[in-house]
Design a protein around this ligand. Structure first.
Ligand SMILES: Cc1cc2nc3c(=O)[nH]c(=O)nc-3n(C[C@H](O)[C@H](O)[C@H](O)COP(=O)(O)OP(=O)(O)OC[C@H]3O[C@@H](n4cnc5c(N)ncnc54)[C@H](O)[C@@H]3O)c2cc1C
Length: 390
């Protein structure tokens, strides 16, 4: 967002702009739950970075950022390094396992395209193996999702639609498959409107999802997970697929680079710069900003990340042009939130109005297409957009 905004306003020789990414593509992170469940092919989720930048103004460098040395204005890549006058850190997030034993080793996380692809392939391979084996192992058909926040619920919604297709393909009775969602909080989607939460639970339960609310995940093992409402009453759920969707932290590059951070997120100044470094902007999931009304951090969302990208481009341009007084303070403009419950269903609050069902699902696709449009214009929407509205 920063690069595509910057290229619209900056002159051809006004600055040398480089955008660095470890892949030649970027992806719609907000669609990864679909690729993970297999309801959307992973190629539909990603697009070439070279295709959205103006190569007269921005150079694409494919490389993995290993560490930033902000005192020396250097970015160390897997092979080589870059130096900078101004830096924008927009490296996104990683799964937060809160130190839960075995989670890193035995659970999947929906964090990037490759991770999403692995989840889809793993679930399919379990169905295929079940179909072929003489002595049936029911654990292959149990999928546990840890966390009933946004990511967990959106993934479960897709999964609930995908399972009947897999059952058909591998001749498995639907009732053999278990989708279990374990959530430590007393409700799913904490903070969401209770009436909409009730709707989501009833819709997903009808599709065969079991919710274990107020139940904490204590450990992940090669056989499944250990859960419990309290320490005395722990029990094991045997499952070959465990997907951990209970939280994210900022990219580990942040901590490795010595930035002052909380769970890998840099508490940025109002104009989005890192404390102590006037030439480093941090935006998106790697940045932490406080909601003044609640005195708590805003959750990391694409909505905020994209708005920050725009303000960051403006502020960079002001600095490059020596117009320090023109720097803008970032103020999130939360237009609403829509959580999908599968391709055909959703819940949300948009401009203060509650929506659910088909209307909400259409709105979700409009939001998805808008995100593409803001980065790559109409051509990207036509290539990757979602047009099946009902
Ligand atoms: C399944 C799911 C559903 C979501 N749904 C919503 C939603 O409905 N609404 C909403 O507002 N938010 C949603 N979010 C959150 C949203 O996706 C993120 O807040 C947003 O994508 C953050 O943007 P970002 O630019 O910080 O990071 P990202 O979009 O993750 O981009 C980070 C980029 O950095 C690259 N990168 C990472 N590490 C390196 C490295 N070391 N070197 C080089 N490149 C690197 C990555 O390849 C990637 O291209 C969802 C998230 C998930 C996982």
């Amino acid at each position: 967002m920063t690069a595509t905004r910057l290229q619209k306003s900056i002159g051809i020789n006004e600055a040398d702009i480089k955008i660095v990414n470890k892949n030649s593509y970027h992806y719609e992170t907000t669609w990864l739950h679909e690729a993970s469940a297999g309801t959307l092919h992973h190629n539909r989720v990603l697009y070439d970075i070279a295709g959205v930048i103006d190569r007269n103004k921005v150079e694409f460098v494919q490389g993995t950022v290993e560490r930033i040395v902000p005192e020396e204005n250097r970015v160390l890549l897997g092979d080589g390094e870059l130096s900078y006058d101004y830096l924008v850190v927009a490296l996104g997030s990683e799964a937060e396992t809160f130190g839960i034993k075995g989670m890193k080793e035995h659970a999947f996380s929906i964090v990037n395209v490759n991770a999403a692809r692995k989840i889809r392939e793993h679930i399919e391979s379990q169905f295929s193996a079940y179909n072929k084996e003489e002595v049936k192992n029911e654990e292959r058909l149990t999928i546990v999702v840890g966390g009933a926040g946004f990511t967990g619920i959106e993934f479960i919604g897709e999964l609930a639609n995908r399972i009947p297709e897999l059952c058909d393909e591998y001749q498995i009775p639907r009732e053999k498959v278990k989708i279990i969602c374990v959530e430590a909080a007393p409700t799913i989607l904490p903070g969401f409107d209770p009436e909409l939460v009730k709707y989501a639970i009833s819709r997903l339960e009808k599709k065969g999802v079991t919710f274990m609310i107020g139940t904490a995940v204590k450990e992940a093992t090669p056989e499944g997970i250990i859960v419990g409402k309290d320490e005395e009453q722990l029990f094991e759920i045997k499952a070959r697929t465990v997907v951990w969707a209970a939280g994210v932290r900022g990219n580990s590059v942040i901590d490795k680079s010595g930035f002052e951070a909380l769970r890998g997120r840099v508490k940025v100044s109002p104009d989005l710069r890192a404390p102590g470094y006037d030439n480093v902007f941090v935006i998106g999931d790697a940045a932490l900003i406080i909601n003044k009304d609640t005195n708590r951090p805003y959750p990391p969302t694409a909505q905020i990340a994209m708005q920050q990208g725009i303000v960051c481009a403006h502020n960079l341009l002001a600095l490059i042009r020596g117009e320090k007084e023109e720097l803008k303070a970032f103020e999130p403009d939360i237009k609403g939130t829509v959580c999908s419950l599968g391709e055909d269903d959703a819940i949300g609050v948009v401009y203060g109005k509650k929506i659910k069902g088909t209307i909400a699902s259409i709105m979700k696709k409009v939001i998805d297409n808008r995100a593409l449009f803001m980065i790559g214009g109409l051509s990207l929407v036509l290539k990757k957009g979602k047009f099946k509205f009902v």
